[in-house]
Ligand binder design. Structure first.
Ligand code: LLP
Length: 415
């Protein structure tokens, strides 16, 4: 059931009318539903019940401390998938467990590696031969063996937007599949690292099971081959990528996703690591915005709102679709409008050619499905302070990040 229902024509987050939040906190503001976050986490982890696995929530999707803390407290405690020292610090700050955290990314610095090793991280997902050597050096310097999985590139087309596809051999991610055996053999000779797993991730917003099955089966075969060669692997990390519905997509359900992953990995006996991001938070968040002006022109009708591409980058960057819903339903004939932000860029179009009952000035709207890669990709471009964030839980709500202040914009600068 949606966490954002209409009641008597008024859009709510759980038990709270969203207009009450907009009036109290202002706009633009991100609003998340604790219930939606919790239910989705449980649904995904329950789908793998009976099979050794750990959900490592992909922090980049939404790194607010309140969300990290909520996940860390669910079930056996969520693990995390991080890509920087900054994300590691967030996980620690939110009370997350580094020993359930995996560290991916093609450009980890030796400093970041040392911080993570010190913190007792579960696995480094290593993405190149040179990175393996660097990790070995860090491990030896700290007198530890850094646990790692090699991220292999299975060369499978994830059939998603090319900007969020990562598993093709032309992509910068992972090591070529054919080089994996040699790299594990090399790692055996190194004193600062210890092979503990194997990893892949083919892309994001995946809506079909066939590419997942193809990639994960290929990687599972490699896992078995590595075990047969005497590598003491325990973890098979299948990455993230499970898609969500933004408009009319029909991604696999968590249960279907689990069936696909489990069938492909059956032969391995590995503990599965899963790195969902969007699937856990995407539909648990909305972005509230207020109409500033209407601008009818000969060719189009523009609706100018107070949220821009700096607040929600996905439409400008990926031509992504976010449904737009009025906080108070209005009757009337729909006209086709372009909903645009205030940023001085032609790509600052948040919703293009949408049928909408022509709003009035000050009307409030919600961009739906904005919980993932919304706030985490927000910037201060055009010197626009970033939005506030609110977490709703039942009838209660609280600000979990204050709206950035204008003085924050030049913090650290010297005139
Ligand atoms: N694991 C790895 C290694 C990743 O690179 C990613 C996402 C994830 C897990 C989580 O993927 P998810 O379950 O959220 O699909 N900014 C883009 C998405 C970029 C995804 C980057 N990597 C967007 O707004 O669509």
């Amino acid at each position: 059931m949606t966490a954002f229902p209409y009641r008597k024509g008024v859009l709510h987050a759980e038990g709270v009318p969203l207009s009450a939040i907009a009036d109290a906190v202002g706009t633009p503001t991100y609003v998340y539903s604790a219930r939606a976050l919790t239910e989705r986490f449980r649904e995904v982890t329950d789908a793998f019940e009976g099979h050794p696995h750990l959900l490592c929530y992909s922090v980049k999707a939404n790194s607010n401390l309140a969300i990290l803390r909520l996940f860390a407290g669910l079930g056996v405690g969520s693990g995390f998938d991080i890509v920087s020292g900054g994300e590691l610090a967030r996980v620690k700050q939110a009370g997350g467990d580094p020993s359930k955290t995996v560290f991916a990314g093609v450009g980890k610095t030796p400093d970041e590696m040392a911080q993570a090793l010190d913190a007792g991280i579960l696995l480094f997902n290593v993405e190149s031969a040179e990175e393996l050597e660097a990790l070995d050096a860090v491990g030896r310097r700290l007198g530890k063996r850094a646990p790692f999985a090699l991220r292999v590139n299975p060369d499978v087309d994830a059939r998603t937007h090319r900007y969020i596809s990562t598993g093709l051999k032309t992509s910068k991610f992972g090591v070529p599949f054919e080089e994996a055996l040699a790299l594990y053999a090399r790692a055996k000779k190194l004193k600062g690292v210890k092979a503990l797993g194997l990893d892949c991730h083919i892309g994001s917003q995946l809506t079909r099971t066939a590419p997942m099955r193809a990639a994960i089966s290929k990687v599972a075969e490699l896992y078995v081959a590595l075990k047969a060669r005497g590598h003491a692997l325990e973890y098979l990390d299948v990455g993230g990528g499970l898609g969500i519905t933004y408009s009319d997509e029909t991604p696999p359900s968590p249960q279907e996703y689990a069936r696909t992953v489990l069938a492909a990995t059956e032969s391995t006996g590995a503990t599965l690591l899963l790195e969902p991001g969007r699937a856990l938070v995407g539909n648990a968040g909305v972005l509230l915005t207020r109409v500033l002006y209407r601008k009818p022109t000969a060719s189009r009708t523009f609706v100018v709102v107070d949220a821009g591409m700096n607040d929600l980058l996905r439409p400008a960057l990926y031509e992504a679709h976010h449904a737009l819903q009025p906080l108070v339903k209005r009757r009337g004939r729909a006209v086709e409008v372009d909903v645009v932000g205030p940023v001085c860029e032609s790509t600052d179009v948040l919703a293009r050619a949408r049928p909408l009952v022509l709003p009035r000035q000050d009307d409030l709207y919600a961009f739906m499905s904005a919980g993932a890669y919304g706030m985490s990709m927000a910037s201060t471009y055009n010197s626009r302070p970033r939005p506030a964030e609110v977490l709703v839980d039942g009838e209660a709500w609280r600000v979990v990040r204050e709206r950035e202040r204008v003085e924050d914009l030049w913090r650290g600068e010297r005139a």
